[in-house]
Ligand binder design. Structure first.
Ligand code: ADP
Ligand code: MG
Length: 403
């Protein structure tokens, strides 16, 4: 069942088409494009370095922004090529076209170990439409395909999936391999107790994950805005907190499912509530909640409270595997960040396998400086959720099987 890895390939002298996720945040300053966070680029360096060291000609494909299938130089990858050359301390060529004669001629001039970045594949509408002719054109530029773009693996595009069918070998890169090792391998038969922390803004975003993990988890710890839809379902007043009124029945269904399966499903026992969403707000604790005493009228719950933190910390301390998706409060604002910070600290202190999936939760953990104190931070928001839900990712499914 396992997929071919870049480590399994003989690479010397081969033209390797490497798909990466270089969709980095940028800002314009004095007419220059500056990359404000190059984490995604750094995550692919092990694969790029591996290919170079093995003597491959490294031809990199990536998308950038949403040019909607047309050439738009606002979304050119040229500044990314320059930045990559600093990161690998070697020249990086740039092809202003991603397919056809222009890159083909540049590739002919490449030596083993050279690196060439192709222009944004999304300048062609055929990319997102996953058109066979375009996938073939991309494939014609190389011998082997390596996919390291985990963050785009849940999309069936020409450069993430289609291309794999038109090369002799299609393998996962080292980042892709690591993502699958944690989000698929470690979670297939997790060491128990397996504790899942779920937060974030909406229950509706996480239903698939909750249902899939209900089969495996011993304990769920719920936080974030999604907790208040469960409160509503239980008849606990929610004040002005964010509630998905149309998901109340679903919340009840989930609670019943957890009960039937003997899964511990914990909701916050206290919260921080505020009347003002701002960086200078002074939230107050609700104290212990009950169906008689919920979130105050006209107040909004923005974080889990200290009693909940203590309760959740205890569960985390006893776990062997912890998966966390979704911040437990509005962590972007300092007065509402303490719950999320405490959870991050509990994971950092734990000896369990600790896995963070989901864009905002990873941002939070890194913001607290705890990114390298957990076992793994996923680079893919949407892709990580789909993988945890048990869905096949087109960008992975298309890769060759290991012989
Ligand atoms: P992830 O990207 O980790 O999957 P989500 O995208 O589901 O997480 O949710 C993240 C967002 O949820 C954050 O922007 C955070 O501010 C918000 N959030 C967390 N708790 C609350 C709350 N109590 N009320 C409103 N928004 C919340
Ligand atoms: Mg998010």
């Amino acid at each position: 069942m396992s997929k071919l890895s870049v480590r399994d390939l003989s690479l010397s002298g081969k033209r390797v088409l490497l798909r990466v996720d270089f969709n980095v945040p940028t800002e314009e300053k004095d007419g220059h494009t500056r990359i404000t966070d190059d984490t995604r680029m750094k995550e692919s360096l092990p694969t790029i370095n591996h290919l170079r060291a093995a003597g491959a000609k490294v031809i990199i494909m990536a998308h950038f922004g949403r040019p909607k299938g047309a050439v738009n130089l606002k979304y050119t990858l040229r500044p990314v090529a320059l930045h990559l050359s600093h990161l690998i301390e070697a020249p990086v060529g740039f092809s202003p076209e991603c397919a056809g004669k222009v890159p083909a001629e540049m590739i002919e001039q490449m030596h083993n170990g050279d690196v060439l970045l192709l222009e944004n594949v999304r300048f062609h509408a055929e990319e997102e439409a996953n058109e066979v002719s375009f996938a073939k054109e991309l494939a014609a530029l190389g011998d082997i395909y390596v996919n390291d773009a985990f963050g785009a693996a849940h999309r069936a595009h020409a450069s993430t999936a289609g291309i794999a069918h038109h090369v002799s070998q299609a393998a996962m890169g080292l980042l892709m391999e690591k993502e699958l090792k944690y989000l698929q391998g470690e979670l297939k038969d997790p060491a128990r107790p397996f504790v899942v922390i779920l937060g974030g803004s909406k229950v509706s975003d996480k239903i698939g994950v909750i249902k899939a993990l209900m089969e495996k988890a011993n304990t769920f710890l719920i936080g974030g805005a999604m907790a208040y839809t469960f409160f509503r379902a239980l008849g606990i007043s929610t004040g002005k907190s964010r509630v998905e009124a149309d998901k109340v029945d679903l919340a009840l269904e989930i609670l019943a499912l957890a009960k039937a399966k003997g899964v511990k499903f914990l909701l916050p026992v206290d919260n921080l509530e505020t009347q003002e969403i701002s960086a200078t707000a002074q939230p107050r604790s609700t104290g212990l909640l009950s169906s008689a005493k919920g979130i105050s009228e006209d107040w909004e719950a923005v974080d889990i409270g200290p009693e909940t933190v203590a309760l959740y910390r205890q569960e985390i301390a006893g776990a062997k595997t912890v998966l966390w998706n979704g911040p437990v409060g509005i962590f972007e604002l300092a007065p509402f960040a303490s719950g999320t910070r405490s959870i991050a600290e509990a994971l950092a202190a734990s000896s369990a396998v600790t896995i963070i999936g989901g864009g905002d939760s990873v941002t939070a953990v890194k913001q607290f400086g705890l990114g390298d104190k957990v076992s793994f931070c996923s680079t893919g928001g949407g892709a990580s959720l789909e993988l945890i839900e048990g869905k096949a990712l087109p960008g992975v499914a298309a890769l060759s099987q290991k012989a």
